[in-house]
Design a protein around this ligand. Structure first.
Ligand code: GLN
Ligand code: ZN
Length: 748
């Protein structure tokens, strides 16, 4: 059998790419140095994959920021505004990704959205009336040649035209048909040029095919590919991932593609589809090694799966790009006992080889070892907790009294001005903050010294928040490294990697903790600092927690119990924390569900049964026992919840803040249409960009909000936490925000 992967992590074993790119952002290295850095890193990765004896190696899976953005630049899909600004190509690229504000002009960052059901984010392509699609980028060709010069004949990877169209935003008036035609011409040219350079296969990624598709979508897909594949100059692998292709399977196998890539981990139904018949003239790239989770592959199960497919020509593959798992377990401090249960990207390459050996009848020993691993018991089960969960009733998921009654009580209690202002929780995690925490970890400073430092930060920011007139204050989250890890550290059942970073967007990474066993609260988590902050001011300071669904979604979950069961365990732990905060005088508690939408099934038909029906109750379980006048806030990142607004309302929070600024406040129309009851704080400026919004700009945004949401429901806040920002831009932006609110209050 043959082995391959869909893509490899780009950021490097020690996040080298992040550090190099950020140096470039700070003008510490020049563009050429950054380009060279990327080149060296690609070389290292290709060679590593080659040394593992993986047969087919991809290229162009590397990116300096995001592969969808790369595709936009390849196809000349860039806003007109960018073409006239006097920046280098490299800087134009980063300008679109992160915004640019400088002497040469002012470019807003393009919106960023979640990449399917992952915590990776892509930059949304925009097709304007003036966009002329043509092949202008060279990255895919350059990288193919780069590998070739190293003696490695790679398979270039490119986002396919169907998914590219699906992910794109169309300016009003754009002719979709003409766009599609132009796109096909461009892709044909790419295929030809790659073939001319010597490439024998191209991988076209079409994850868009695992979503619900209607007849028109299927026709569009088929029409695109029939044209694209006519007289194709090289072999085409049509690669899907993140789910099954039930809507297009028949179309797919009827196309003149040479190979089809299917995900057998998340796409359970793909097994039956393939069993129903797979063409003998095509190769099946079988995604059987999980590209999203870090547990060892169960060889016995996988071998049975592969054998059940009954296909003669199979390439063993990962279920999706390995970009979604950390680099290697080699640099981790876990005991061998524990470590043997994990496989990160590099170890997954070994798994592919093992599976290949076993399937060829040469891996009996590997198989036996693996069986033993799965037979062993990892930890002692918390029987009491399982019982508590089994006995939960409707009451445990219902907050009383109803929202409208609480709203009245809370309005009377808090006496806030119209358009109350607040922030999402964190303030800049400066180098000083991070270094001080690192010193504590290395025992270079005492706990008291660290606590004094945190207290001083809190005091400084409380005073500043008061000075600009914010209504509801926050303590700033200086004690937290990360909104999930910080909680995990105080819960039983969690493990933490040293270096298990996964790219989230651009140069930003997350280090998801690992849910190893049963989860319970071991001690109070946030009470100390919330209580302290509240004692330092007469204004209200919001308590700040991470919700159970987000904790689960941003951790590597267990595979031996259901996600629902794990989430309820976490919810009960956070419920204890909520009640503890309330008992300690905290009047407003924000429970962040930043990642609520993340595990929403890609198919609408599965939304309720498979996810919302337990995820939303899990949130209610957390806050159902608080007093009516305690105000519960929640926060969600990315406003892509237009389609689940009723579910969001059913979380039964009192106030919700969310990202809206990058998506042009589209969601407001939906809130209005669906008669959303929860009070809302649609973020009035984009914190993912260092750009400072002007007072007038914010005023306009607020005015737009007020045309759609009743005044008494609106809160004013930035669109997310500020921990990744610098102090000057944060203070300027927030001062502009409160300034804008003052002006509007006067006008009202
Ligand atoms: N309270 C968190 C913060 O401000 C929320 C972060 C998030 O939504 N990602 O950092
Ligand atoms: Zn957020």
């Amino acid at each position: 059998m043959t082995t391959t992967i869909i893509g490899f992590p780009r950021i490097g074993e020690q996040r080298e790419l992040k550090y190099a790119t950020e140096k470039y952002f700070r003008n510490e290295i020049n563009g050429e140095a950054l380009a060279d850095f990327g080149k060296d890193l690609r070389k290292k990765h290709w060679q590593l994959i080659q040394e593992k004896w993986i047969n087919l190696i991809p290229s162009n899976d590397f990116s300096f920021y995001d592969a969808t953005l790369d595709t936009s630049f390849l196809l000349n899909v860039v806003p007109a505004a960018l073409e006239t600004i006097d920046l280098s190509e490299q800087d134009k690229y980063f300008a679109l990704a992160r915004g640019y504000q400088g002497e040469k002009g002012d470019i807003k960052a393009r919106p960023m959205k979640k990449w399917f059901n992952t915590n990776y984010h892509y930059i949304v392509p925009k097709i304007e009336a003036t966009t002329a699609i043509k092949v202008v980028g060279t990255k895919i060709f350059d990288e193919y040649l780069e590998a070739k010069a190293l003696g490695i004949d790679t398979r270039p990877v490119l986002l396919g035209p169907f998914t590219f169209l699906q992910l794109s935003e169309f300016e009003a008036g754009v002719d979709r048909q003409a766009t599609t035609e132009a796109l096909i011409v461009a892709y044909k040219e790419i295929l030809t040029r790659l073939a001319d350079l010597g490439a024998t296969t191209i991988q076209l990624d079409e994850p868009g095919l695992v979503k619900d598709l209607n007849q028109a979508d299927i026709q569009e897909f088929e029409a695109i590919y029939q044209k694209l594949l006519a007289d194709k100059p090289l072999a085409v692998l049509l690669q899907t991932y993140f789910g099954d292709v039930r809507d297009v399977y028949q179309t797919l196998i009827g196309l003149p593609v040479d190979a089809i890539g299917l995900d057998f981990v998340e796409g359970i139904q793909n097994q039956a589809l393939v069993q129903s018949g797979f063409p003998s003239d095509k190769t099946l790239y079988a995604g059987v090694v999980n590209g999203k989770n870090i547990w060892r592959n169960d060889y016995q199960k996988t071998v049975a799966l592969v054998e059940s497919l009954n296909v003669s020509d199979i390439v063993l593959n990962t279920s999706c790009s390995l970009l979604h798992v950390p680099f290697t377990t080699e640099n981790e401090n876990f005991s061998t006992e524990i470590k043997q249960h994990f496989a990160f990207a590099k170890e997954k390459l070994d798994e592919l080889l093992d599976l290949d050996a076993i399937l060829s009848g040469k891996g009996a020993e590997k198989l036996a070892q693996n069986k033993q691993l799965f037979a062993s018991q990892r930890f002692e089960k918390n029987e009491e907790l399982s019982q508590t969960i089994a006995q939960l009733t409707q009451d445990d998921f219902t907050r009383k009294p109803a929202f409208s009654e609480r709203e009245t009580l809370q309005t009377a209690r808090f006496q806030l001005p119209v358009l109350p202002t607040t922030t999402i929780g964190s303030f800049p995690q400066t180098r000083e903050v991070k270094q001080t925490r690192a010193k504590l970890k290395r025992n270079e400073i005492t706990q008291e010294a660290y606590d004094q430092f945190v207290a001083a930060q809190i005091n400084d920011w409380l005073t500043w928040q008061e000075s600009i007139g914010l209504d509801i204050l926050v303590h700033g989250e200086f004690e937290r490294n990360d909104m999930v890890e910080y909680f995990g550290q105080n819960l039983s059942g969690y493990l933490f990697s040293q270096n298990g970073w996964v790219q989230s967007y651009g140069t930003r990474g997350v280090k998801p903790p690992i849910i190893w066993g049963d989860v319970a609260r071991e001690q109070a988590i946030t009470v100390k600092w919330s209580k302290y902050a509240q004692s330092q001011t007469d204004k209200i300071v919001k308590g700040m927690l991470t919700g159970p669904v987000t904790i689960l979604n941003w951790s590597f979950p267990r595979e031996d119990i259901s996600l629902k069961e794990s989430t309820y365990q976490i919810a009960l732990a956070i419920q204890e924390e909520v009640l503890d905060l309330e008992a300690n005088g905290i009047k407003i508690i924000q429970i962040d569900e930043a990642a609520l939408r993340e595990k929403l099934p890609l198919r609408k038909t599965d939304w309720h049964d498979e996810y919302l029906d337990w995820a939303i109750p899990a949130f209610r379980l957390v806050h159902n026992k608080v007093q009516p006048e305690t105000q519960i806030h929640t926060h969600m990142c990315y406003s892509e919840f237009t389609d689940i607004i009723p579910a969001i309302d059913q979380m039964d929070a009192d106030v919700i803040s969310f990202e809206a600024s990058r998506s042009n406040l589209d969601i407001l129309d939906e809130l209005q249409r669906q008669n959303f009851k929860t009070q809302v704080g649609p973020g009035v400026y984009d914190i993912h960009s260092p750009r400072v919004p002007a007072v007038d700009e914010i005023k306009q945004t607020i005015q737009t909000i007020l045309t759609k949401v009743p005044l008494e429901k609106v809160w004013i806040n930035p669109d997310c936490g500020l921990k990744t920002r610098g102090i000057p831009e944060t203070r300027e932006s927030l001062a502009n925000m409160t300034e804008a609110v003052k002006a509007i209050r006067e006008e009202l």
